[in-house]
Design a protein around this ligand. Structure first.
Ligand SMILES: *Cc1c(COP(=O)(O)O)cnc(C)c1O
Length: 230
């Protein structure tokens, strides 16, 4: 694995997708998903200039992340939590992570608000939507969006940054396009309808297999794992 070469390739692919979509390359944040790599590899990413790191399991992150010196330095990268989150793990996630991408129920949103108040901190969140209506997937139903956002945006200390989704698994990146478009449309409708702050315009969508399509459809945060570590 040549981490630096992979990183360079991924950055170039992001830049090209931005070019095709007439977007500034700086409008897309690369989040390195490190769930399948060790502490040394995370440190190597940081040394190579990566400023956003994501993990999807609280317990693994709690064991692994303290072993990464660059995450304990003053100018550390931002830490994103992107996995399914049980309410009893919220406190530990809040004590380490800066942003939570996987807010998929009102109960979870309220628990994050409650724990944030106890820790006397604020937290940026993405609200996850099950845009494809898949049975085994997490996230709010699109039909429940207005109601969900009305409640979530009222919770003190929670700052809704935008919406998040995962496209159904496919070998064909184009198959994901309608779902990314659906999330972008939903975001626009919610903001125009006053159901979500105008500034909550970020879209966390796109992984190794489909991030270029996601960028063409408006992704501002792409979550990339395997393409960096192959
Ligand atoms: C693992 C994971 C990713 C990254 O997937 P890759 O295909 O390895 O790029 C992105 N988002 C979530 C929520 C994940 O769990």
């Amino acid at each position: 694995m040549d981490l630096k070469a992979n990183l360079k390739k991924v950055r170039a692919r992001i830049a090209n997708a931005c070019l095709r979509a007439s977007r500034a390359p700086t409008s897309v944040t690369l989040i390195a998903v490190t769930k399948n790599v060790d502490a040394a590899t995370i440190q190597a990413l940081i040394d190579a200039g990566v400023r956003h790191i994501a993990e999807n399991r609280q317990q693994v992150a709690t064991e692994k992340l303290p072993q990464v010196p660059g995450l304990n330095a003053a100018k550390r990268p931002m830490l994103h939590f992107i996995g399914p989150l049980q309410r009893n793990k919220v406190k530990r996630v809040l004590s380490r992570f800066d942003v939570i991408h996987s807010v998929d129920s009102l109960e979870l949103a309220h628990e994050i608000g409650k724990q944030a108040a106890e820790l006397e901190r604020e937290i940026g969140i993405f609200v996850e939507f099950n845009v494809a209506g898949e049975e085994q997937k997490h996230g709010f139903e699109v039909a429940a969006a207005t109601e969900a956002l009305a409640e979530i945006t009222k919770i003190p200390r929670l700052h809704v940054l935008g919406l998040m989704c995962m496209a159904p698994y496919s070998d064909n990146a184009e198959a994901a396009r309608p779902y990314f478009k659906a999330l972008a449309d939903l975001s626009r409708e919610l903001r125009e309808g006053g159901h979500m702050p105008a500034g909550a315009d970020r879209l966390s969508m796109g992984m190794s297999g489909d991030f270029e399509v996601a960028i063409e459809e408006g992704a501002t945060h792409v979550r990339i794992g395997s393409a960096l570590f192959e």
